[in-house]
Design a binder for this molecule. Structure first.
Ligand code: PGA
Length: 257
């Protein structure tokens, strides 16, 4: 069991992979497979594509599986073609919003300032907010990883009010470790980077104790428990290895074992 928290945080981002029906089947199976696990030990969350959110929220008991969105615009409405607003997500019953995933930053050009606007809007609208940060392969090569993470954290969380901190979760996801060409990260390295994230939170905001820091990037059944056992790791955020629901269930159980 984890150290700072009495429960472990485990979630998956479905990216652009599952249709509405596939999402609902997946969630039904996940609910059944994990029914015996007390939620005092497990905070389980799934981030389906936008079009599956309404049905997912209707179907799922969110005290068992929290449903989240993969992104969100900062304005409540406006001339922002293709965007989804906080009130739309509230309306369908979403509890969690992820902001700043590496693919949003890398492919869609999201800046730290945009991430900050989204984070503040998410907090204002009462969502649990999962903020993703991570250094690139170049940062790692040039030795600028600590600076990159500090910058991302300081800007993303700029102007977060005291009472909103309990809504923040952080995911550390090094860009070089994510996705099909991702490299598995050394658990000791991951632990050091989590410690650095906590130090940055403490130095910049005087706050870090209650912020869960999850690790993501090429997590799989083989490496999950070693990553999760690191003292600074409060849980895991998983892509590919969790899209098969049986494999996800096995990973969850390997962590809780
Ligand atoms: P991966 O994705 O587990 O497939 O590397 C992680 C992520 O992008 O959140």
């Amino acid at each position: 069991m984890n150290k700072r928290f009495s429960k472990v945080f485990v979630g998956t981002n479905h990216k652009m992979y599952k249709t509405n029906k596939q999402t609902l089947d997946y969630l039904r199976a996940l609910e059944e497979l994990t029914a015996d696990i007390p939620r005092s030990q497990l905070e389980l969350f799934v981030l389906p594509p936008y079009v599956a959110l309404a049905d997912a929220c209707r179907q799922v008991d969110q005290s068992l599986i929290t449903i989240g969105a993969q992104n969100m615009h900062w304005e409540e409405q406006g001339q922002f073609t293709g965007e989804i607003s906080p009130i739309m997500l509230q309306d369908v019953g979403v509890s969690l919003v992820m902001i700043g995933h590496a693919e949003r930053r890398q492919i869609f050009g999201e800046t730290d300032e945009m991430v900050n606007r989204r984070v503040l809007a998410s907090l204002r609208h009462g969502f649990q907010t999962l903020v993703c940060v991570g250094e690139t392969a170049d940062d790692k090569r040039y030795g600028t990883s600590h600076e990159r993470l500090a910058q991302q954290i300081k800007i993303a969380l700029h102007n977060v009010t005291q009472e909103a901190w309990k809504q923040i979760w952080v995911a550390y996801e090094p860009v070089w470790a994510i996705g099909d060409h991702g490299e598995e990260a050394d658990p000791v390295y991951v632990n050091q980077m989590h410690a650095h994230i906590r130090e940055t939170l403490a130095h910049s905001f005087g706050y870090n104790q209650d912020v869960p820091v999850l690790y993501g990037g090429s997590v799989n059944l083989t490496n999950a428990s070693e990553l999760n056992i690191q003292p600074e790791v409060d849980g895991l955020f998983i892509g590919r290895a969790a899209w098969d629901v049986d494999n996800f269930n096995k990973i969850i159980r390997s962590i809780l074992a």
